[in-house]
Design a protein around this ligand. Sequence first.
Ligand code: CMC
Length: 427
Amino acid sequence: MSENARIDIQGKSIEAPLLIGSENEVGIDIAKLRSSTGAITFDPGFVNTGSCQSAITFLDGEKGILRYRGYPIEQLAGESNFMEVSYLIINGELPTETQLTAFEKDITYHTMLHEDLKHIYNAFPKNAHPMAILSCIVNALSTFYPDVGTEDEEALRLAVSRLLGKITTIAAWAYQKSIGHPMVYPKNNLDYCENLLHMMFSVPAADYEVPDVFAKALNVLFILHADHEQNCSTSTVRLVGSSKANLFSSISAGIAALSGPLHGGANQAVLEMLQEIHADGGDVQKFVKKAKDKNSGFRLMGFGHRVYKNFDPRAQIIKSYCDEVLELVGVEDPLLDIAKQLEESALKDDYFVEKKLYPNVDFYSGIIYKALGFPVPMFTPLFAIGRLPGWISHWIEMNNGPAKIGRPRQIYTGPNERPFVPITKRG
Ligand code: CMC
């Protein structure tokens, strides 16, 4: 294979080197394109644009492959836990027992929030969406811990522990605030997922024992969400971080990007859609038809993916896990039947087949979250907690690499130069 791609533009040409990834993905390095030819590439939505080289996650959308640091998602979801996977994603290798114990301890001992942060919570309206609160409070951490760069390894390790530790408390407190309950403090004798459940669902007036099956289910869901290479929120974290913005501020921007219904917000939108279908009598065909009608402005939420054009391996794991969790939790949810019927109808429909639209990670996750007792607006914050190790790892990789400040170009389509007209002479 040639090591260069030749690009000819209006009589000028360059030899652009090819970059070959470890799974033989091919990229054309067009760094010299503009300086040599005056032209830029045009790729709205970055459908064909590689923004970086990364050693964290590999995914093959045609084959439905997802691996973190080389390890298949199926094995990690089946045999690991979220803390171990977080360590792997951030540090590049699976931890020894000693390393994992130290990592978990560090995180556990940074779950408490500065008491002054409570004032900020008090300023939010009662019905504030927890994703907005999460993004805001994570950004507020940068005011308490402003010095985070990658030069000082110890400061970075501390910032990472703080983020991973505090995000569960921040999210749980957003919920407690919305229902007028006292904010529940973390407990150091609980593990990561148990602590989150404890802070979400315990009240000072009663004992709360975290059900094992709940903590196990959260572990699996968080592992499935832990990284997904250059998606919208991760690219946001990298872009914001490329200006040398603080780690907390960069992650806060990622949380904002995740909140949209085309990205992480889809898990909330899926459940609301299933509830709507249920309330409407359960006719899934009606909604499949509506999704195919471009004028309706309606899409089947939880369907389709920019990269997966065959199946989303995360969705397959969640679907098979869904029945098991509901049975263990002892919940019968008519929405699960509706989801299965909807999937079956869509997968048989020419529109969805031709456009290669399959259920994605968000299609079944909400049914599990609901069975565990999480209110619908908390679904996307749970996605954010799961995605946090990925964001952190990309921020560190970007800062340690040769990356320049992210600054796309544009094709200008506005007016050509024209003289200013004083207001009295505009007619
Ligand atoms: N329902 C109906 N039609 C759809 C859907 C859908 N869910 N998704 C895509 N299409 C159609 C779309 O109208 C377009 O048709 P046409 O070519 O005739 O204009 C075609 O399929 C391609 O869609 P696109 O929007 O150009 O594809 P994309 O790669 O830019 O977008 C997507 C991917 C995930 C944003 C999109 O499939 C979508 O909006 N899905 C619903 C929201 C959702 O479930 N998001 C979660 C994504 S997975 C988790 C995550 O990343 O956070």
